[in-house]
Design a protein around this ligand. Structure first.
Ligand SMILES: *Cc1c(COP(=O)(O)O)cnc(C)c1O
Length: 403
């Protein structure tokens, strides 16, 4: 089931796309194909350049049936022609950067993003001769100002990790079109259910599938969804040459998780709404950022752009010292929520992120960009990934930990 023949609803698509019954055994559930190599029936070439979309399986770094099933499922969920699965979300970001940027090119990247992506863009790409501008992507005028004649790629993330700020994708994609640049978007927080990135003009939608798509905290992986043309270029460079491919075992686990993605996203949204409203009403909490709340600074954009508000909440408790005290109380007192990094799992996860520390290690913002960050995050935020537990139990846990 591919985009072109997708007549089924989203729940049916999540279950059946990429998971046909096994032709050799009639098994209803998909098998795991762990084979690294495949017996060849014809004389064939031995290069990435010899690969075509209808080439038979030859070697699992080129293509693997279990991984291809997951790729078809994610492409169907995201509404794209194709998808490349990668070893991690970071491998997906690297795949985009190292396939579409060369020395002398210019990248406009969000000034706030997943820390690993921020560090890769700011530290590694300039070493390779790529010019990088880190811009507040919630401000289309700032993006327009940053564009240069050699801008090849605009990479954004919405909602952005860790502060929940949004990018107006339709506005930024207009700028990208006019500049002749590609637009990529890290939609990990939103999941494929959160936004119709294709309709909003995104060329390459990436996910850390470690998060919502896998959904169970037991496998690390990444994916980039886009047109067949862009994805086949990435498969040749990032998959076959850079080699950051997903293992079939992780693909199988993640595909199994993805079958319930639409149901889980509904439940994440409902749980997060209940928890966000409770937090917002609690006098111990200074500020809550959740796209589903009317208090979100971009609530109108959230309503226009997002079809599911996801389960990611950021909230502040006083100043840095208060935040650190409460973080320690969480480590000592939480009984349901795990104090841990990562997100998008059935288990709720929370983690404290101090603003000063993140500025030193990852974002290095100054002046108006730092002020804008602080408007969302103050001295620091708790990043809460609301899982699938009963909201009352999560609220009871937070109540104990806020103390
Ligand atoms: C986790 C995350 C990544 C990195 O993904 P990994 O699977 O951990 O490599 C990238 N972007 C966002 C928004 C993330 O949350």
């Amino acid at each position: 089931m591919t985009k072109s023949n997708r007549t089924a609803g989203i729940m049916t698509t999540a279950i059946h796309a990429g998971d046909p019954p096994d032709a050799s055994t009639n098994a209803s559930a998909p098998p795991i194909h762990m084979s690294s190599t495949y017996i060849t029936q014809d004389l064939s070439g031995f290069s990435a350049h010899d690969l075509t979309p209808d080439s038979p399986y030859a070697y699992s770094r080129w293509a693997n049936p279990t991984v291809a099933g997951l790729e078809a499922k994610i492409a169907a969920l995201q509404g794209t022609e194709a998808c490349l699965a990668t070893a991690s979300g970071m491998a997906a970001a690297s795949a985009i950067f190292f396939t579409f940027l060369s020395a002398g090119d210019h990248l406009v990247v969000s000034d706030v993003s997943y820390a690993g992506v921020a560090e890769l863009a700011r530290e590694t790409l300039p070493r390779m001769g790529v010019e990088v501008s880190a811009v507040n992507m919630s401000d289309p005028a700032a993006v327009a100002d940053a564009i240069r004649p050699n801008t090849c790629l605009i990479h954004t993330e919405t909602p952005v990790n860790p502060i929940g700020r949004l990018t107006d994708l339709a506005a930024i994609s207009n700028l990208a079109r006019r500049a002749g640049a590609l637009l990529s978007c890290d939609a990990t927080f939103a999941s494929p259910l959160g936004m119709d990135a294709v309709a909003l003009g995104v060329d390459l939608t990436m996910h850390s599938i470690t998060k919502y798509i896998g959904g169970h905290g037991d496998a690390v992986g990444g994916a980039v969804a886009g047109s067949a043309k862009l994805i086949s270029k990435m498969r040749a460079e990032a998959g076959i040459h850079h080699g950051g491919i997903l293992s079939p075992f992780n693909a199988w686990l993640i595909a199994r998780g993805a079958t319930t993605l639409p149901l889980r996203m509904q439940a994440h949204q409902a749980g997060a709404m209940a928890v966000a409203e409770w937090l917002e009403a609690d006098p111990r909490v200074t500020q809550v950022i959740y796209p589903g709340l009317s208090s979100h600074p971009q609530a109108d954009l959230a309503k226009r752009q997002m079809s599911n508000m996801s389960g990611m909440i950021s909230f502040q408790v006083g100043n840095a010292a208060d935040g650190e005290r409460v973080a320690q109380q969480m480590i000592d007192r939480l009984e349901v929520i795990h104090y841990a990094v990562s997100l998008g799992h059935h288990r709720s996860l929370i983690f404290w992120m101090g603003t000063d520390g993140l500025m030193e290690t990852s974002f290095r913002l100054q002046g108006p960009q730092l002020e804008d960050y602080r408007a969302y995050a103050g001295d620091g935020i708790f990043r809460l990934s609301v899982g699938l537990e009963d909201a009352e139990d999560l609220i009871g846990d937070l109540d104990r930990a806020l103390g």
